[in-house]
Design a protein around this ligand. Structure first.
Ligand code: SF4
Ligand code: SF4
Length: 206
């Protein structure tokens, strides 16, 4: 899941200068986080109206980052053709996909934070940095690139105090990796030196 957060409404208003707006929510990650489903889209519609904007329509796409074609969106939502601007309540992936096919400007209503997941109904952040060369098995399934603020791959930085990271309030990732490797009976893995990643595998485009 892509983890996002709602932008401040005043920041959205600062950038969206157009009057006639069409709002697009996302039925996947954003909906799951209560950021881009129908209730949030309707709340956004209300706020825009109070601020003097005209919301000429809205929809929640099944997935904003996975659309067949703009014509398909248009045929299901004819009002979108009259919009001067689109306000997209999805991650940046959805905004960029829609921007690549829509004739209007598309504005993000959310800030995209990280690649995470959902566990026991709680959203967990920063699980993966999408490095293109996954070797999380050596770290007992806890990715130090995704979860350590310094991306330490060969042991802790030495700054942890009583198990707490020196950068922020999280537990030191390396304490967690050590504990879990020990419980799996695979502590010997911690002795092995990990080579630098092959950054060519993290392709931006094919
Ligand atoms: S090793 Fe790379 S692909 Fe695997 S979880 Fe970490 S960042 Fe993601
Ligand atoms: S204290 Fe641990 S989690 Fe924090 S930066 Fe250092 S190694 Fe990473």
């Amino acid at each position: 899941m892509i983890v996002s957060k709602q932008k401040e409404f005043r920041d959205i208003l600062k950038t969206v200068k157009e009057k006639n707006i069409f709002i697009i929510g996302c039925g996947k990650c954003a909906k799951k986080q209560h950021l881009g489903g129908e209730p949030e889209v309707l709340e956004m519609k209300k706020k825009l109206k109070v601020s003097g904007k005209k919301v000429i329509g809205w929809t929640v796409l099944s997935s904003a980052c996975n659309i067949g074609s703009w014509d398909e969106v248009l045929s299901q939502n004819p009002a979108v053709g009259k919009a001067e601007a689109l306000l997209i309540m999805s991650c940046g992936g959805g905004v960029s996909i829609i921007s690549s096919v829509a004739p209007q400007s598309a504005y993000p209503a959310l800030d995209t934070l990280s690649l995470g997941g959902v566990c026991r109904d709680s959203v967990v952040m920063e699980q993966c940095n999408m490095c293109g060369e996954c070797d999380i098995q050596f770290f007992a399934g806890i990715c130090p690139i995704g979860q350590c603020p310094k991306g330490m791959r060969n042991g802790p930085c030495g700054g942890a105090m009583e198990g707490k990271c020196e950068v922020d309030e999280r537990n030191c990732v390396w304490e967690e990796i050590h504990k879990r490797l020990e419980s799996l009976g695979r502590l010997q893995l911690i002795e092995e030196i990990r080579e630098p990643k092959d950054h060519s595998k993290r392709r931006r485009r094919d």
